[in-house]
Write a protein that binds this ligand. Structure first.
Ligand code: PGA
Ligand code: ZN
Length: 401
């Protein structure tokens, strides 16, 4: 085991052209790890706090770095993360920023893997990791907070559930992305891209469902395996004054449950994230009761990778799946705890990117290390393909192809 020699922090660009925190961790034996914090746009109310990057870096340099350098062993991830929490002293990382915390936490894990000469997924997952690979959920049409004047539902996601391996799944998602472009073109609908690389056409949700259904069917036929699709409704962003506000209509919470349950039936949806507001545990529970046997009902803004909020959800049967975003909670240890609590209670963990990303590939390794059944990390665009291509490499590496 080797001690942290130095922690360096800097501002780098994210995929939206905003500043974010990057950390380098060097060990006394010369190991090196680098990681950068992602950033959300449709952030949940209960997430750990992302500070302005300059402030986050200054605070981390003052409070966290002196407690790490020369004092903490990089291989002891729990100690690294406990030290970050102690340095911060709050529940939500509002002192040093969850952006500084998560960058340092992930960089330390990479430095530890470097010292061991092991890939990150192996260091994090250990010798008894399973040999399943996550199915990538690919965002191909989107709006909400990620693009102006597009769909109300934030993300329409390809779910290549029948893919024989990660590589085929990744290529199928990209093919659906291409197919969607062709179908929009045929309809005379111009489309730019949203923050995650999904097409952001000015169409209503009903048209987006038609396009998805057709695109997925065509690519499924071409690739020869089952492809379904799913949604991130990001309903907290639609919810105001007790109702869900869609373009031209509103729905009460009861109507929202009916609406989503009908969508699951009609389109055989494989996945539905945040179908209800981030405070509506009861609505999540009712929807899960109705359709949870045939689809994943996943809490993102609901659970925010937080074990306390997940435990509340488990108590009432809210959802059957949790989105895991390390920067929502601040450290890798906390993210692992969320995965562990989920799995112990029959909830499927889905490891996820943010709408603002960098070339960092930590979540690809995290998904493999935790045997997560799904990873959500876009379909195209450099900051998305960084993770997807890393998954392809990990698959080859792990199976010695
Ligand atoms: P965000 O969106 O990164 O902007 O929060 C992703 C999501 O809601 O899943
Ligand atoms: Zn979400």
């Amino acid at each position: 085991m080797t001690l942290v020699e130095s922690v360096r922090l800097r501002q780098v660009l994210d995929s939206r052209g905003n500043a974010t925190v990057e950390a380098d961790v060097v060990t006394q034996s010369g190991g090196f790890g680098r990681a950068a914090a992602p950033s959300g746009a449709s952030t949940g109310e209960y997430e750990a706090i992302e500070l302005e990057p300059g402030e986050a870096i200054a605070a981390a340099r003052e409070y966290a770095v002196p407690r790490l350098e020369g004092k903490v062993y990089v291989g002891d991830q729990r100690d690294v993360d406990r030290t970050l929490r102690a340095a911060d002293g709050t529940d939500d990382f509002s002192e040093i920023g969850a952006n500084s915390a998560v960058a340092i936490s992930m960089a330390a894990a990479k430095a530890a893997a470097d010292v061991l000469g092991a890939p990150l997924y192996q260091h994090l997952g250990g010798a008894f990791r399973g040999d399943d690979f996550p199915v990538p959920l690919g965002n191909v049409i989107g709006g909400g907070e990620h693009a102006a004047d597009a769909t109300d539902i934030q993300e329409f996601l390809v779910a290549p559930v029948g893919a024989p391996n990660v590589q085929d799944a990744v290529f199928a998602n990209a093919a659906v992305h291409h197919e969607v472009a062709d179908l929009l073109d045929e309809r005379g609908v111009p489309a730019g891209k949203g923050d995650e690389g999904a097409w952001a056409p000015s169409i209503d949700d009903a048209d987006a469902f038609d396009v998805m259904e057709e695109a997925v069917a065509a690519v499924s036929e071409e690739f020869g395996f089952d492809i379904r699709f799913g949604l991130d409704v990001a309903a907290a962003e639609l919810y105001e004054d007790g109702e869900y506000h869609y373009d031209g209509e509103t729905r009460t919470p009861e109507e929202q449950v009916d609406y989503v349950a009908d969508l699951v039936e009609e389109y055989d949806l494989a996945y539905v994230e945040d179908p209800l507001d981030e405070d509506d545990y009861e609505g999540f529970a009712e929807l899960t009761e109705r359709v949870g046997d045939r689809t994943l009902i996943c809490g993102d803004d609901l659970f925010v990778t937080n074990t306390d909020r997940l435990a509340d959800g488990i108590d009432v049967g809210a959802g059957n799946s949790i989105l895991v975003k390390p920067n929502q909670i601040g450290t890798l240890s906390d993210a692992f705890d969320a995965v562990e609590l989920a799995v112990r209670n029959g909830y499927d963990p889905v490891i996820s990117h943010r709408s603002g990303e960098t070339e960092d590939t930590t979540i690809a390794h995290l998904a493999v290390a935790t045997d997560a059944p799904f990873i959500k990390t876009g379909a195209v665009g450099g900051e998305r393909t960084a993770k997807l291509n890393e998954l392809v490499r990990i698959e080859q590496n792990a199976s010695r192809l």
